[in-house]
Design a protein around this ligand. Structure first.
Ligand SMILES: Cc1ncc(COP(=O)(O)O)c(C=O)c1O
Length: 370
């Protein structure tokens, strides 16, 4: 993939949002149990999966979910794509808050819907939603859905309850459904709490909640779960999913997910402490050695959002500095928003020693550049 994306193999990779860490031992043990059993018959246990997700959210986030409101699909993006097709018509507008996970724009475009941008704004060094612009965009366009990233990839915001409440109020006023992608729900740092959209008053809004992909590093063996409080809508989506046989899953995913949510808590707690230590190291290093690179507050997710604008480089020179001189593969900010070409996203779910080496390389390359 490095060769394809960056035209070079010998780069330290920090661009994809997955983990360099081994998954939690109870998950591996469960996968081994299935392999050792050597039987791969039809085996569906979605009820147990939903129970594990419900229990996890109750204890972890004080969030009460209803077992019966889940619909299983093969991934979070599958879920979003399916919802877009079910809830909107070709050429309808779908609003996103840029810079945002680049697949949002892709899933809207590839389904023949129109992207409406409501850019986040930087206020006092932090990203905030722009509600004034949101109202304008909803007035001026036929928007049927707001696609929310909660917590937000790549800027690392963990949306506060009041922010989500205001968003919901505006959406309700314009009869717009919010689809809340909550895949990053469990990577939350000290001082912040995850607020699911589902913790607000029950309405038309829908959530993609309960994916173990990011939480437990199960990117290539996880499903997506659509959570729809509105029973009529839930039945409609379930019917479509059933008609397409999208809900079968496989035994590895099913039992790994149950093991993760039932027994992965202590591993996740350790991971979060480790990531926080890495973030502190990065913040200190940038402050002392590379003050021209700004890091935004990291409230959640294992992505950090770096602002290279103060270095006064153009986009080509920045790419050259990172890939050819520092030998790093970071995710270009332009992927998330056409206005952010001088930003980079960096995945920090990696050993601190690898991160430290990367920043040393960057420091040497940047100083040579001055
Ligand atoms: C916000 C967000 N949604 C969805 C995904 C992908 O989810 P899945 O692989 O289950 O489709 C990612 C992966 O980076 C993501 O960051």
């Amino acid at each position: 993939m490095l060769e394809n994306m960056f035209g070079a193999r010998e780069l330290a990779s920090f661009w994809l949002a997955d983990m360099d860490f081994k998954i939690a031992p109870p998950i591996t043990k469960e996968l081994e149990r299935i392999v050792n059993r050597g039987v791969y018959a039809y085996e569906f246990a979605t009820g147990e999966v939903f129970d594990a997700i419900v229990d996890w959210n109750r204890t972890r986030h004080h969030l009460d979910l209803n077992h019966r409101s889940f619909v299983q699909v093969s991934g979070v993006l599958t879920g979003i794509s399916l919802l877009i097709r079910e809830l909107t018509q070709p050429n309808d507008g779908i609003l996103i808050q840029t810079p945002v996970y680049h697949q949002f724009a892709r899933v809207i475009k590839s389904n023949g819907r129109k992207i409406i941008r409501n850019p986040l704004q930087i206020i006092d060094g932090n990203y905030e939603m722009d509600f004034e612009d949101l109202e304008k965009k909803l007035q001026a366009n036929k928007v049927e859905v707001i696609l929310l990233c909660n917590p937000h990839n790549p800027v690392g915001r963990v949306w506060r309850k009041e922010e989500l409440q205001t968003l919901l109020e505006v959406a309700n006023r314009y009869n717009v459904t919010i689809i809340s992608d909550e895949i990053h729900a469990d990577i939350i740092y000290a001082g912040y709490n995850f607020n699911s959209l589902m913790s607000l008053s029950v309405g038309k809004h829908i959530s993609l909640i309960g994916s173990p992909a990011k939480t437990f590093g199960m990117q290539s063996i996880s499903n997506g779960y659509i959570y729809i409080p509105d029973e009529i809508k839930m039945k409609q989506i379930k019917k479509t999913v059933g008609a397409m046989y999208l809900n079968h899953g496989n035994a590895f995913t099913t039992f790994a997910t149950i093991a993760a949510f039932q027994h992965g808590g202590p591993w996740l707690d350790e991971l979060l402490v480790y990531l926080e230590r890495s973030i502190s190291w990065i913040q200190k290093f940038l402050h002392e050695e590379l003050p021209l690179i700004k890091i935004y507050p990291v409230e959640g997710t294992y992505q950090i959002w770096l602002d290279f604008r103060p270095m006064n480089l153009n986009q080509k020179d920045l790419t050259q500095l990172l890939t050819q001189k520092a030998k790093l593969a970071l995710t270009p900010g332009g992927w998330f928003d056409r206005e952010s070409p001088l930003f980079m996203r960096m995945n920090i779910a990696a050993p601190l020693s690898k991160i430290q080496a990367a920043f040393q390389q960057l420091s040497i390359a940047a100083n040579e550049n001055l």
